[in-house]
Structures are given as structure tokens and as C-alpha cells.
Unconditional design. Structure first.
Length: 170
């Protein structure tokens, strides 16, 4: 306690103040007059009165980070040939209809045939066969958009796409 009092007294004396008894006397020759405040001036860069903005990144993504960071597309060749091609590379060759569990034949990018049924995984995004109808197969693919939101898109593979385009049936 005494050390703190002595230290503060030493600082005050070195700044042009005197202690006489219980009174603190400031030397008038050392006192500076405060400059008049000018309302048209901008605060200086180092001024403590200037507004300081601090960025808090909590709960926000880095605006300079790539959307594709950590999403390296490594094309892994699967043991299942249905998972080695994009869904657009498949074409529907035939449908076995009239059974409790209908089946369809699809041709991959190398024109090899594969038999699929409801629940079969197909395509690089591991789409799932949802329905096999008389003229089409509906496949649902789940994917994440650049913001990380999970989305589902349905793709239809038509049995005779040329006939569907022109509206003619044989």
C-alpha cells in the first residue's frame, strides 16, 4: 500500500505537481490549455474517440473461402458399374411390367445392359430408383448446393424418348 502511494507521488512530482501536506498543487507553468474543439475536423487515425469496427466471424462463413474448398471431385471407380457413370449417360432400353416388383433394363455409357429395380442405386451421385412406370423410370438424386443445403432432384428416363418428343405412337 505504501509502495503504491509513493509510486503515484513520484509520478505526480515528475509531471510538474507538488504535494504539500494533504493538498495536491499543479504547477501552472506545466499546465497546457486544451485546444478549442473544431466541429468540422475528422478524428485522427489514432484517436480513441474514433469509431472502431471489429469483425466477429462467429457463425459466418469466410467470404474469401472458396465454395468448392474440401469438395475435391475424386472420380473413384466403383465395383458396381451403375455408379461409374453420370445419370445422363444411361438410357432406358426396356421395362418388365405387370409384376409385383417391376424391373427395367438400362444401358450405360459403354452400351452394356444392367437390370435395375426399385431401390437400386444408379449414377455417380448415388441416385435411387424411386418408381418404375410403364414408360419411364424415376430416379431421385440427393446433392448439396454450394452453400451446403441438401437438395433432392428427380430425373426421368423415358423408354422411347423420340416418340415422346413428336407425339407419334406406332
Amino acid at each position: 500500500m505504501i509502495g503504491i502511494a509513493l509510486l503515484s507521488a513520484l509520478i505526480l512530482v515528475s509531471q510538474g505537481t507538488e504535494i504539500q501536506g494533504d493538498e495536491l498543487i499543479i504547477n501552472p507553468s506545466v499546465q497546457e490549455k486544451a485546444p478549442a474543439a473544431d466541429t468540422n475536423t475528422m478524428p485522427e487515425v489514432g484517436d480513441s474517440k474514433a469509431f472502431e469496427y471489429t469483425y466477429n466471424p462467429f457463425g459466418k462463413r469466410d467470404p474469401f473461402e472458396s465454395f468448392l474448398k474440401g469438395k475435391k471431385e475424386e472420380r473413384v471407380i466403383s465395383d458396381n458399374p451403375l455408379l461409374n457413370y453420370d445419370l445422363g449417360k444411361f438410357s432406358l432400353a426396356g421395362i418388365v411390367w405387370g409384376m409385383a416388383n417391376p424391373r427395367a433394363i438400362v444401358l450405360d455409357g459403354d452400351r452394356r445392359g444392367h437390370i435395375i429395380r426399385n431401390g437400386t442405386r444408379i449414377g455417380r451421385n448415388r441416385g435411387k430408383v424411386m418408381r418404375i412406370l410403364k414408360d419411364r423410370v424415376v430416379v431421385a438424386e440427393e446433392y448439396r448446393d454450394p452453400l451446403g443445403k441438401l437438395s433432392v432432384s428427380e430425373h426421368s428416363m423415358m423408354l422411347n424418348p423420340e416418340e415422346q418428343k413428336f407425339g407419334s405412337k406406332k
